[in-house]
Design a protein around this ligand. Structure first.
Ligand code: NAD
Length: 385
């Protein structure tokens, strides 16, 4: 194969965004040959350009017109469409979250494992942002033993109009969770990509605190890692102006990313070693203040899409293998589950237990979802974090 024939299912906010850069020729050795959406007016502009269109994704998968697919529908369809695509020989990229809950993600990953020759990827575009690559390098090379992680990511402000813009949004049945599973899933992916999975968590989630929704829109979570490091993860869609501050403390210093600035305060000596050996009771290690410059990825989604295409054609390594999408789904589920049952939970969590709880929430839901058409907006404003 010299060129990947790509199909996209789901032509909403993100699906359309992917089609735009694909049609502008931003991805080399890849052609958008087919699209699918259950809402037929979304297909018209593509039909006019001679691209094959399908109301039913199952038909696109079996059409012989694509080698690879991007699944960009609401979350609950990610598992079923992803499995169908993999079983029909397609290279498959799944939008985040890879599934609505862990038990579904396990099913999807199990099918992917049965098809090792097909590329299975997740759209976790923050992994190509230079700022996070630099933080990863600092953790690996400079920070020493991780001691504490704080992430306050409350600048995910969303209005009632946002929640009304899709019947599936912010419902147990349509989405399976709220701010954890949707808006800050990227930060949860980043958290586990940088620091590994925690061993134990306790979530405190408020449901519909600031919006007329049934799922969580305000969360404060405590995390503990296997090495004893602790952390706090705070997020909200009901805070304005909101903050985005990531702070990682290690025995060799502190990294802070905030307001588009990355700083490293480097301890001249390892804090634990210093504490053990210095005779003074109030001394502190000398520090160096380091300002770390970084560029912004010009189009992080497109970079990850190119990586997917290169993995298909050249066998090059994936930046975001689909399997690694499990970590963020598990964190989104377990933090919410912990809050709902009022208990700390050890990881790995029992995915089936959460699935049962979620099914109870779906069955008991009495919330009347208000749906309204909103004007077309530039949702890409929400990308850079
Ligand atoms: N990576 C990112 O930065 C990013 C950004 C936004 C959304 N997302 C993810 O992408 C997914 C879609 O989000 P969105 O905001 O674009 O949603 P959306 O509601 O704007 O679009 C979903 C689209 O899927 C279509 N659809 C629904 N059921 C379908 C079916 N059975 N077959 C074909 N099409 C179907 C709908 O008609 C709609 O056009 C979500 O899982 C979300 O988490 C990722």
């Amino acid at each position: 194969m010299k060129q990947v024939r790509l199909g996209i299912v789901g032509l909403g906010n993100i699906g359309k965004f992917h089609t735009n850069y694909l049609l502008e020729g931003k991805i080399s050795r890849c052609e958008l040959t087919a699209v699918s959406d259950a809402f037929t007016p979304n297909l018209e502009p593509f039909k006019a350009r001679g691209i094959a269109t399908f109301e039913k994704c199952e038909d696109m998968i079996r059409s012989g017109k694509i080698d690879a697919i991007v699944v960009a529908t609401p979350h609950f369809l990610h598992t079923t469409l992803g499995i169908d695509a993999l079983q029909n020989g397609l290279h498959t990229m799944i939008e985040k979250p890879i599934s609505a809950h862990k038990a579904d993600a396990e099913k999807l990953c199990a099918v992917a494992r049965e098809h090792p020759k097909q590329v299975f990827a997740g759209m976790f575009q923050m992994r190509v942002e230079p700022r996070y690559l630099k933080i990863r390098k600092l953790i690996e090379e400079e920070l020493g033993k991780l001691v504490r992680v704080n992430w306050i990511i409350t600048d995910w402000f969303r209005t009632e109009a946002y929640y009304a813009s899709g019947g599936w949004r912010a419902t147990w049945k349509g989405e399976g969770g709220g701010v954890l599973l949707n808006q800050c899933l990227h930060q949860l992916d980043m958290l586990q990509w940088l620091c590994g999975m925690p061993a134990r968590v306790r979530g405190f989630c408020q449901l519909g605190q600031f919006h007329d929704i049934e799922v969580e829109d305000n969360v404060t979570c405590y995390l503990e890692w296997p090495n004893g490091a602790t952390g706090v993860f705070i997020s909200s869609t009901g805070e304005a102006p909101g903050s985005n501050r990531l702070e990682l403390c290690g025995t060799r210093g502190k990294v802070v990313l905030e307001n588009n600035r990355l700083t490293f305060t480097r301890n001249d000596a390892d804090m634990l070693e210093f504490s053990r050996t210095v005779k003074s009771g109030f001394a502190k290690p000398e520090v160096w203040n380091v300002e770390i410059p970084f560029d912004n990825a010009s189009n992080a989604h497109a970079s990850l899409m190119q990586n997917f295409v290169d993995a298909i054609l050249d066998g090059s390594p994936l930046t975001a293998p689909g399997y690694e999408g499990m970590g963020s789904v598990e964190l989104a589920n377990v933090l919410l589950y912990s809050s709902l049952i009022n208990q700390s939970i050890d990881l790995p969590m029992d995915g089936k237990a959460w699935e049962s709880k979620l099914n109870e929430l779906i069955a008991a839901s009495r919330h009347e979802k208000k749906v309204a058409t909103v004007q077309t907006e530039d949702f890409t404003k929400s990308f850079r974090r």
